[in-house]
Design a protein around this ligand. Structure first.
Ligand code: FES
Length: 666
């Protein structure tokens, strides 16, 4: 950098360094910090266009080698800052970048909350952060009132201000904005704030300065609907909540809802109505928690499986009920939310993530956006386990997806004592390797059944049944204890194994009696074989025999212990340290899409690149399915798992037919 000099105007140049970007340059003395930032391409936020109203442009003075922190380098507080401090708080050391001018060589620290594209730092270390880059933005403008010499329309003068102050050209105005713009301008003394969607459409107008910008991310599942309310300016998740999907009364699972539509021509219409109503109620609940209003919500994103997607949008879901499962539309959608029954701000937009195919939905694309297989060099397997398992396998160069018909066993259905994951359900199981006696933990309690306080802890709910993660652990533990053979037969002689017709059952709990029956084990084997076969089919297409990392998404994926999932052979062998629970990855994807325009473009590109694999029509799926019935597998070895967990004999090599090699406690 050159030393300060004066140009022909006689105004000296001053050196400026912005931190943390490290951008540096030279500006004329007297330039505001906001102006310097804009010229040097530094992210410094502003909603009011440098009028000292919004407070988004806050900066601090810093120092760097060769540029000491001199008080005289920035102009002293003037009336704009004094006025701002009178209305809103400004932390010690903070200045308004639009109101302070550069007087000497200076280092400017831009705090994270003042950066336009600041990163949202996510809690899980294994996932990527992303920049906040919302599609809807607020812009404050000041216009001249009409006069005899300037009789332009209100829309023309606002469009002109948006172009001059914000560089936005070619804007279109929503009808309701046109209807409200005159009263907004007059009420705001010829100032107003406009919400602009995607730099192209003006979707809202308020008198004067307005900065309440909320967004809502929905994950519409077949059982529950989750909603997350976000501040679109800061990226903060302000409230999250969930509600049961009221469509359940039309059918527990997806296919029964499609059947309902086939039988009742009004069925789809009713299901569309109830899901929209539930989403509206969720929105009211979320804003209510914060004392806000649904009219502050300007942008909404939605993910969901293809059938939920179609029903919410009022599209006919019946083609998704059978081969070839062609969806009505698979592209991402940018819609006006009010036209789809959402009662928010009248100009609010609804962005729906793309589908991959009629059986790989926007929820899977949400999970992919969150977990990012397409952003990495090594091979990631992403599995969302539900009634249908949705599977993505890929890396930067190639990405494949399929869905596999696992059925409802993993959700506790088709299991003799199965139930949903709710208080009282057995969710953890351990079997003593010597005595073959069980101990359990139930949802709602943190203690094991062999601990003193267990009875007291579960006195409210009792032990009511076994949920999906519980049955996985029960079958896996029984296998590891030798009670279940590698082919799934209940074999071992212990008092807890009781005759049950021509087969045996293991008595997991005495009062009430909760059994793991032979048909429970078979139901789990069928479900896990379908999942494994789907995964293996994708691995065949990718030409690989192993994956580098596995992420288990969805409610079930978050609750199952990866080690037990691998013992049972739901997922292929992999280093257990690289098997993660991804939590509600689909919902995280909806949040990311809400906050980031570039993320929307990213997932739209991924959806186009995904190679769809049809499990229903591939003959190899059936072969893989049969081979995957063994525990963990009839043919495939699990060396990484065997290095961590003592598997019954014969499993480490060929799998499937093993008996207990020796008894050990876990
Ligand atoms: S840009 Fe709004 S207060 Fe500075």
């Amino acid at each position: 950098m050159t030393s300060p000099s004066a140009d022909l105007s006689g105004v000296p140049d001053r050196r400026v360094v912005f931190s943390p970007s490290g951008r540096r340059g030279v500006v004329q003395e007297g330039t505001t910090v906001l102006e310097a930032a804009r010229r040097m391409g530094v992210d410094l936020d502003s909603v009011c266009g440098g009028r000292g109203i919004c407070g988004r442009c806050q900066i601090e003075q810093g120092s760097a080698p060769g540029i000491p922190q001199l008080e005289t380098a920035l102009s002293p507080p003037g009336p704009t800052e004094t006025d701002y401090r009178g209305r809103r708080s400004l932390k010690d050391g903070r200045r308004l970048g639009c109101a302070v001018s550069i007087q000497g060589d200076v280092v400017i620290d831009v705090p994270a909350e003042s950066q336009v594209h600041r990163q949202v730092v996510r809690k899980r270390p294994e996932v990527a952060n992303f920049p906040i880059d919302p599609v809807v933005r607020l812009h404050y403008v000041v216009v001249d009132p009409p006069s005899l010499v300037d009789a332009r329309s209100d829309v023309e003068r606002v469009a002109w201000a948006l172009e001059v102050d914000w560089g936005l050209t070619g804007l279109e105005f929503d009808t309701q904005v046109i209807q409200e713009i005159h009263s907004a301008l007059t009420a705001g003394d010829w100032t107003c704030t406009l919400a602009v969607h995607d730099e192209s459409q003006v979707i809202g107008v308020w008198p004067g300065f307005y900065d309440r910008l909320l967004g809502l991310a929905f994950d519409v599942g077949s059982t529950t609907i989750a909603g997350h309310l976000l501040n679109l300016s800061t990226g903060d998740v302000m409230a999250s909540s969930g509600t049961m999907n009221p469509q359940i009364r039309f059918g527990e699972d997806l296919m029964s809802r499609v059947s309902h539509v086939m039988m009742d021509p009004e069925g789809a219409h009713k299901m569309t109505g109830v899901v929209r109503e539930a989403m509206n109620e969720l929105a009211i609940e979320l804003v209510g928690e914060l004392g806000r209003d649904t009219t502050e919500i300007l942008d909404v994103t939605m993910v969901g499986n293809p059938i939920m997607h179609h029903l919410m949008l009022g599209l006919d879901p019946t083609p998704l009920g059978g081969a070839p499962f062609a969806p009505v539309i698979s592209d991402s959608l940018d819609l006006v939310a009010s036209r789809f029954g959402l009662e928010l701000h009248p100009g609010a937009r609804l962005y729906v993530l793309p589908l991959v195919a009629g059986h790989v939905g926007a929820d899977t694309m949400g999970a992919a956006l969150s977990e990012g297989p397409h952003r990495r060099d090594d091979l990631q397997l992403l599995v969302d386990v539900g009634t249908n398992a949705e599977i993505v396998l890929g890396n930067r160069s190639r990405i494949l997806a399929a869905s596999s018909p696992t059925g409802p066993a993993f959700e506790g259905a088709q299991i003799s004592s199965g139930q949903r994951a709710s208080p009282g359900a057995i969710e953890r199981v351990r079997i003593d390797r010597e005595t073959l006696e069980p101990r359990i933990r139930v949802i709602g309690s943190d203690v094991w059944s062999d601990e003193e306080t267990f009875e007291r802890d579960v006195s409210d709910t009792g032990v009511t049944g076994i949920c999906g993660s519980g049955i996985i652990e029960a079958v896996a533990e029984l296998f590891l204890s030798g009670v279940i053979a590698g082919d799934g037969t209940i074999v071992a002689g212990t008092e807890r194994v009781v005759a049950d017709g021509r087969t045996f059952s293991y008595r997991l709990w005495d009062d009430p009696e909760i059994l793991v029956t032979q048909s429970d084990v078979r139901a789990i084997q069928l479900a896990k074989a379908a999942l494994y076969a789907g995964i293996r089919l994708l691995m065949d297409h990718a030409g690989v025999d192993a994956v580098d990392e596995i992420r288990l998404a969805g409610a079930f994926g978050s609750h199952i212990d990866p080690a037990y999932a691998m013992v049972l052979g739901l997922i292929p062998d992999c280093d257990l340290d690289r098997v993660w629970s991804a939590g509600n990855a689909a919902g995280s994807g909806a949040i990311i899409a809400l906050l980031s325009k570039s993320a929307r473009a990213e997932i739209e590109d991924v959806a186009l690149r995904v190679e769809k694999i049809e499990t229903a029509t591939e003959p190899r799926f059936q072969e893989h399915f049969v081979a995957a019935m063994g525990i963990p597998h009839t043919e495939h070895a699990f060396p990484s798992l065997a290095a961590r967990i003592e598997l019954p004999a014969a499993v480490e090599g060929s799998g499937g037919r093993g008996r207990r090699r020796r008894r050990t406690n876990d």
